[in-house]
Design a binder for this molecule. Structure first.
Ligand code: 6SY
Ligand code: ZN
Ligand code: ZN
Length: 245
């Protein structure tokens, strides 16, 4: 099934031009937000969308460019819209997300004392696809990012790989394409320097050209334009454009 996707942002954590690498994925009557970083409220506003148009949110890991907008989302849903939307995440993220990220801002005695007071928390299995809506299936894949910090990439509709922040994993990419019918890879990309916690452009350029031709680059730095003609067959994903993948 085709996947309708619109990036709220395509920038790296410290980008000032492109907003955080967060996405909207649409089904006919359902909008899933994938990650909700610091810039998500402004990005949504610029698209003319309200929080009320979001039906569920999914979190890949707990860095601020992926979860920094959740406090506002939680407050807006609780106070303004009186809704509790599903929060999808790998089970190991739930504790740290509340204790280390959200509790400080959200906690109110007898009103908001846990993640469950603001979201319908739905742990997703790792390695098994789960149907989130009639047209959106998500399988979490545990990928390496920072030692001791869990991070989960997504395999959408059995065809589209959406990388969380991750270090280069050519084996996984090969396996998805050759054994699992993956035809589209949306991959985070660090344009320069050594890839200590991210995947670099030169690492992706070391992949076979055929595989590169399936790759769209995201989570990039502000000097992206300088690299327009240096990405081989790989293309830059653009924020706000609606893709049918
Ligand atoms: O060991 C570390 C930890 C972090 N960082 C930076 O902090 C950022 C946090 O968000 P991010 O995961 O999108 O990108 C990370 C990097 O830019 C790093 O360079 N090395
Ligand atoms: Zn990030
Ligand atoms: Zn990260």
């Amino acid at each position: 099934m085709t996947l309708k996707l619109q990036m709220l942002g395509t920038g790296s954590a410290f980008s000032r031009k492109y907003f955080n690498n967060n996405a909207l994925i649409f089904d006919e009557n359902f909008t899933l937000m994938v990650d909700c970083g610091v810039t998500a409220p402004t990005a949504l506003h610029q698209l003319g969308r309200s929080w009320d148009s979001i039906d569920a949110v999914l979190i890949t890991h707990t860095h601020a460019d992926h979860v920094g907008g959740l406090e506002e989302l939680a407050f807006q849903m609780k106070m303004r819209y009186q809704r509790k939307i599903p929060l999808y995440l790998a089970e190991p993220l739930a504790g740290p997300l509340w204790e280390h990220t959200l509790k400080g801002g959200l906690y109110q005695e007898k009103y908001i004392e846990s993640l469950e007071d603001v979201f319908t928390v739905i742990p997703l299995p790792v390695g098994t696809p789960a149907d989130l809506s009639p047209g959106i299936t998500v399988e979490l894949i545990h990928t390496r990012h920072i030692p001791g910090r869990d991070s989960y990439s997504l395999y959408l509709n059995g065809r589209v790989f959406y990388s969380a922040d991750m270090t280069f994993d050519p084996q996984l990419l090969h396996q998805l394409v050759t054994e699992r019918r993956c035809d589209t890879i949306l991959h985070e990309c660090q344009l320069e320097g050594e890839g200590q916690v991210h995947t670099t452009l030169s690492e992706l350029l070391s992949l076979p050209e055929e595989l590169q031709s399936n790759i769209h680059l995201m989570h990039y730095a502000d000097n992206m334009e300088q690299f327009r003609n240096s990405t081989g067959p790989m293309k830059f994903l653009e924020q706000h454009r609606v893709y049918e993948l």
